[in-house]
Design a protein around this ligand. Structure first.
Ligand SMILES: NC(=O)c1ccc[n+]([C@@H]2O[C@H](COP(=O)([O-])OP(=O)(O)OC[C@H]3O[C@@H](n4cnc5c(N)ncnc54)[C@H](OP(=O)(O)O)[C@@H]3O)[C@@H](O)[C@H]2O)c1
Length: 316
C-alpha cells in the first residue's frame, strides 16, 4: 500500500510526539511518519527511527532545510516552540517559514498549531494587562496568530489547531501545588472561579491525527481541542484526591502572578488573564464533543491523573 507521508515538526517533543505515536501505532491507517528534528542522533529521534519513522534533519530557522524536509509529503504538522527563545518575532518568522515550505512542497493538508490573537479581544491600548515585547498582549499566542495569514495568503490547505494548556504543566511547567505562606499546599492561578480548557498533550497529537484522517472536511477550518474545561478548585480537588493530600485552590490577581519572577511569568500571567476575562470566547473555541469525535481516547483530568499523578512534584 502506498502510504501518505506526514512530515511532523516537533516529533521529538510533546505535541508532535503524540502525533508521531498516533501514526506509528496505526499501522493500517494509510499514513507514514516523517519525523523532523534538528538532531537525528538524539535518543528520541533514534527511538522514532527504530519504530519505522523516516527521520529528516531540518531547522525552523533554516527555511531551505524545511522546504527539503516537506518535499513529497502529503501532510505537514507545524508547531513552533516559543519557550525555547521567548521571542514573538522569531516565532512568527518560524511560522511563516513553515507556511512557505508547505506551499513550496505542495502539501495537501497542513495543520498549524496556533492560538487566538488576544489583541482582537484586548487591544494594545487597553491597559488592563501590560503590552509585552512592544506589540503583544500574550506573545506566545499573538505571535503564532500573526503567522496564520501566511498559510491563508499562500493558499496552503490548512487546519488551524487551537490547543489548550497541558495537564503535563502540573509536572513540568510549575503549575503543580505550591506552598502558601501559611504552610498549606495550594494550586495557585489568577483564574478566579472560571473554568479553563486543558488537555493531555498526547491527546493533541491524537486529535491532529484525527484531523489528517478526516482530511478535506477540516481544510480551511479552525478547530480547538481540549480534554476538559476545569476550574482551579476542580483542579485542586482532583489532584488532592489523586495524591491523597490536602491541596486547596488559591485565586490570585493577575498582577501578582506576573510578578512571580519565573522566565515568561508576564506572558503566562497575561495568558491566564485572557483565559479568565474572555472565558466565553476561549472556551467556546474548544469543544469537548468535537475533540472526542476526533480522538475517542480523549482523557479528562481524572483519567490523566490515574497514570500521572505520582509524577507531580510537591514542595517540601
Ligand atoms: N505548555 C502548554 O501548556 C502548551 C499548551 C499549548 C500550546 N503550547 C505551545 O507548544 C509549543 C511547544 O510545543 P511542545 O510542547 O510540543 O514542545 P516541546 O515538547 O518542548 O518540544 C519542542 C519540539 O520542537 C522542536 N523544535 C524546537 N525548535 C526547533 C527548531 N528551531 N527547528 C526544528 N525543530 C524545533 C524540537 O525538536 P528537536 O529538539 O528534536 O529539534 C522538539 O521536538 C509552544 O510554542 C507553546 O506555546 C504549550
Amino acid at each position: 500500500m502506498d502510504r501518505k507521508i506526514i512530515a511532523v515538526v516537533g516529533a521529538t517533543g510533546a505535541q508532535g510526539g503524540g502525533l508521531a505515536r498516533a501514526i506509528l501505532n496505526d499501522k493500517d491507517g494509510g499514513f507514514a511518519l516523517r519525523a523532523i528534528t534538528r538532531n537525528p542522533d538524539s535518543e528520541k529521534a533514534r527511538a522514532l527511527a527504530a519504530q519505522g519513522a523516516e527521520v529528516v534533519k531540518a531547522d525552523l530557522d533554516d527555511p531551505a532545510s524545511l522546504e527539503a524536509a516537506f518535499e513529497g509529503a502529503y501532510g505537514a504538522f507545524c508547531v513552533t516552540n516559543f519557550w525555547e527563545h521567548f521571542s514573538g518575532e522569531k516565532e512568527t518568522a518560524q511560522g511563516r517559514s513553515l507556511a512557505r515550505a508547505a506551499k513550496k512542497a505542495g502539501v495537501k493538508h497542513a495543520i498549524w498549531s496556533t492560538f487566538e490573537d488576544t489583541r482582537d479581544s484586548i487591544p494594545l491600548t487597553d491597559d488592563r494587562m501590560p503590552t509585552l515585547q512592544g506589540k503583544y498582549k500574550v506573545a506566545h499566542f499573538d505571535a503564532k496568530a500573526e503567522a496564520d495569514a501566511a498559510f491563508r495568503e499562500l493558499g496552503v490547505p490548512t487546519t488551524f489547531l487551537y490547543t489548550s494548556g497541558y495537564f503535563e504543566n502540573f509536572i513540568y511547567f510549575g503549575w503543580g501545588p505550591q506552598k502558601t505562606p501559611d504552610g498549606q499546599l495550594a494550586m495557585v492561578f489568577p483564574l478566579d472561579d472560571v473554568k479553563m480548557p486543558m488537555i493531555a498533550v498526547e491527546d493533541i497529537g491524537k486529535c491532529a491525527y484525527g484531523i489528517f484522517k478526516r482530511g478535506e472536511e477540516y481544510i480551511g477550518r479552525t478547530v480547538g481541542v481540549a480534554g476538559e474545561h476545569v476550574s482551579g478548585a476542580e483542579m485542586a480537588a482532583a489532584v488532592s484526591e489523586a495524591l491523597g493530600r490536602k491541596i486547596g485552590y488559591q485565586a490570585v490577581p493577575a498582577d501578582m502572578y506576573r510578578g512571580f519572577g519565573f522566565p515568561g511569568a508576564d506572558d503566562v500571567g497575561n495568558m491566564f488573564q485572557f483565559k479568565r476575562d474572555f472565558s466565553t470566547l476561549y472556551r467556546g473555541n474548544r469543544s469537548l464533543e468535537e475533540s472526542r469525535s476526533l480522538n475517542p481516547e480523549l482523557q479528562t483530568l481524572k483519567d490523566w491523573l490515574k497514570e500521572n499523578a505520582a509524577a507531580i512534584p510537591l514542595p517540601e
